[in-house]
Design a protein around this ligand. Structure first.
Ligand code: ATP
Length: 298
């Protein structure tokens, strides 16, 4: 039996006539690492806020560890890093980690936390003297001090350079390897591909797809067929998305062999043919294109 660490059951949330979330079902089972993908305004932060008890659904239900996300006992098992974080600039790094740890019965040792997040040796540095990347890593590190059973991270690596991002990824993977459960949002496709075994795509307040990265790719087409053509090709079967840039055409499809055969049979004159594997980003774009939050008719 799967234990649900976080769950939304037909959760809907409205803000002043805007439906930010529309009947969303999501369950994050113990030990899963789930990536939440979606364009700006898709509803990701709203969903995280519901699951972590910061907001209530307008209708539907949310659960944290099988209970109410607002209950202190459930929240103690949770670690959260919001998009914006700030720590007192005059406190030293070690003091901040220690201070956060005092809220928990069995905190992780300060040295361990700092080492995991590549902040070793900075214990006595005032947090205001850290680089932007170090401050962000410290903010994410604090999420793990209380040895949470579930961590919820809203764009954990936003603004980090490649090296700092990789340090963070490794720390997140280690937590997951040790049995931790994680729900994270990201704008970086490669981040979700690198970390998550399960991807939930949100657009316009709805869940558009939920599966492993390969499933998501397969749902919309696994290959792109690109070529140059003076006249656009006809609408052939199996095309899930098409792009035109001057005379350059790119078609996304689940079956590139068939599409190329059909293309030839259609008499389309093409040259510079290129068949490539679609990226998760292309899959994601074709799922979410044109999705805006739904205005409610009132
Ligand atoms: N407090 C609020 N008041 C009014 N509207 C809100 C509020 N919070 C969110 N919304 C609206 O709900 C929709 C979803 O917003 P949300 O922040 O959840 O999206 P998101 O996917 O997290 O976007 P981003 O990637 O930009 O953080 C947007 O249209 C947003 O403007």
């Amino acid at each position: 039996m799967t234990t649900h660490h976080a769950r939304a059951l037909s959760a809907t949330r409205d803000f002043d006539g805007v439906r930010a979330l529309d009947a969303v079902d999501l369950d994050v089972g113990a030990g899963q690492l789930v990536g939440l993908l979606g364009p700006n305004g898709a509803g990701k932060t709203t969903l995280l806020n519901l699951l972590t008890g910061l907001r209530r659904p307008t209708s539907g239900r949310v659960e944290l560890f099988g209970g109410d996300p607002r209950e202190a006992g459930n929240r103690r098992r949770l670690g959260v890093t919001p998009q914006q974080t700030g720590v007192p600039e005059t406190l030293r790094v070690g003091e901040i980690v220690d201070f956060v740890g005092r809220h928990y019965a069995n905190p992780a040792p300060v040295g361990d936390v700092l080492e995991r997040f590549g902040l070793e040796g900075l214990e006595r540095r005032q947090s205001g003297g850290l680089s932007g990347g170090q401050q962000r890593r410290l903010a994410v590190a604090l999420t793990f001090v209380g040895r949470p059973d579930l961590v919820v991270l809203d764009e954990p690596t936003a603004g980090l350079d490649v090296e700092a991002r990789h340090v963070l990824w490794e720390a997140l993977r280690e937590y997951h390897r040790e049995g931790g459960t994680m729900l994270l949002t990201s704008h970086y496709m490669e981040e979700v591909e690198a970390l998550a075994q399960r991807v939930v795509v949100i657009g316009g307040g709805r869940v558009l797809a939920d599966g492993d990265p390969d499933d998501i790719r397969a749902r919309v087409g696994t290959h792109t067929v690109g070529f140059r053509a003076e006249t656009p090709p006809p609408d052939l079967p199996g095309i899930t998305r098409r792009e035109h840039d001057g005379n350059r055409v790119r078609l996304l499809t689940g079956d590139s062999d068939r599409l190329v055969r059909d293309l030839v049979a259609s008499g389309t004159e093409f040259h510079d043919l290129e068949v490539t594997t679609a990226s998760l980003e292309e899959a994601f774009m074709s799922l979410t294109s044109g999705d805006e939050p739904t205005r409610r008719e009132s």
